[in-house]
Design a protein around this ligand. Structure first.
Ligand code: ADP
Ligand code: MG
Length: 228
């Protein structure tokens, strides 16, 4: 399913502190958008608004022309997956169990896990290179390994749109490139729409087809990596 996101005049405040002001942005199906900007510029807050974890103070976010607040939580979770910046495991699950939790938007449709769920989970673990970790406890993993597990969880969710908040932050250079190549491949081959906050401007320019640069809660520049 092709999913487009339209953000109109979005403002967001934590209490009295306005963190995002008048953001206008369109995500088209098949886009690969990198969001860059200094610490504290509002990147994570923007992504959380797009995932409906936060509600805009003013303005609107539309998913396929319907207000994001009009979607049921599980309905939205079948369209948009988020890998958060500081994803903390709540419990010491085994890796495979964590990835299985990515299937939660579909649980109304089945009782015990079905073949499609197992396929999605195995594929996601395989793609992200964490199949060999599947029986390990989450708490025993390194930051980078854990990051790949949470990406696997999001891929198992099988959404047309994937939002990622600094997905390569804890990874070694080689793994950073590998992960971005994986996302690029999914974007090109499977039309997965990717919106990724990235701290490394070089990597962001190399892998995104569009860049949005935030500064103090406003869009400071946008366009192709060359233009920005
Ligand atoms: P970025 O991801 O670009 O580093 P954030 O979106 O995390 O920026 O934060 C933007 C601003 O909002 C920062 O000044 C930060 O301190 C503030 N902020 C973030 N989360 C909260 C919160 N839960 N409560 C209050 N202020 C917050
Ligand atoms: Mg952030």
């Amino acid at each position: 399913m092709a999913v487009g996101i339209k953000i109109r005049e979005l403002c967001f405040s934590y209490g009295s502190q306005e963190v995002l002001s008048e953001i206008n942005m369109v995500v088209k199906p098949g886009d690969f958008i990198g969001i860059v900007g200094p610490n504290g510029s509002g990147k994570s807050t923007l992504l959380k608004n797009m995932a409906a974890l936060l509600r805009p103070t003013r303005g609107a976010i539309e998913i396929n022309s319907t207000g994001i607040e009009d979607y049921k939580r599980l309905e939205l979770a079948r369209l948009i997956a988020l890998v958060g910046q500081d994803q903390q495991p709540g419990f010491n699950f085994q890796v495979e169990e964590v990835v299985y939790t990515g299937r939660y938007p579909y649980k109304e449709r089945f009782r015990p896990p079905a073949g499609v769920d197992r396929q999605a989970v195995e594929r996601a673990m395989y793609l992200t290179g964490c199949y060999h970790l599947k029986d390990r406890d989450l708490f025993s993993l390194s930051g980078g390994e854990r990051q790949r597990v949470f990406l696997a969880r999001a891929l198992a969710q099988e959404t047309p749109v994937l939002l990622l908040d600094e997905p390569t932050a804890f990874l070694d250079m080689g793994y950073q490139v590998e992960l971005l190549q994986l996302l690029q491949g999914l974007n090109l081959r499977e039309k997965l729409t990717v919106v990724a906050v990235m701290h490394d401007l070089n990597l962001a320019s190399r892998y995104s087809r569009k860049l949005v640069m935030l500064n103090r809660g406003k869009i400071f520049a946008r366009g192709s990596p060359e233009e920005v």
